[in-house]
Design a protein around this ligand. Structure first.
Ligand code: AMP
Ligand code: ZN
Length: 115
């Protein structure tokens, strides 16, 4: 838990969120400003700032996030039509919340390359 972290506050229930799925280690909730019909954020329940902070001890968080993303893609009905996983890191990556999160986007044709 990091005191000033928005997503840690969501994990603790201090800030409301539209929760999609959770396990002991991982939480998924709807993005407050959705960029596609499905836009879910999947986060570890421990505070990891970004992909830069993944290491041998916490790398399992990423596979748990991936597993949950796959499960949600199926329940949202976008597994077959396709979807995109996005993890933004740092300023150039466009990261605005400094708690690792995977964006699951789908339900429309997504463009490439990103802006
Ligand atoms: P990023 O720019 O990759 O750091 O993504 C941060 C995401 O968090 C953005 O897509 C925001 O819309 C989303 N976001 C910010 N505040 C909240 C909130 N309170 N509940 C849900 N999503 C949020
Ligand atoms: Zn946090």
């Amino acid at each position: 838990m990091s005191d000033n972290c928005l997503f840690c506050k969501i994990i603790n229930g201090d800030i409301p969120a539209d929760i999609v799925e959770q396990t002991a280690t991982t939480l998924a909730f709807c993005d407050i400003n959705p960029q596609a019909k499905t836009h879910v954020l999947i986060i570890p329940k421990v505070h990891i700032e970004s992909t830069r902070d993944l290491n041998d001890e916490n790398i399992h968080c990423l596979s748990e996030m991936a597993e949950m993303a796959n499960k949600i893609a199926k329940s949202e009905g976008i597994s077959e039509s396709g979807y995109r996983w996005v993890i933004n890191t740092g300023d150039d990556g466009g990261q605005t919340v400094h708690h690792l999160h995977l964006h699951l986007l789908g339900g429309r044709q997504l463009q490439w390359p990103p802006g």
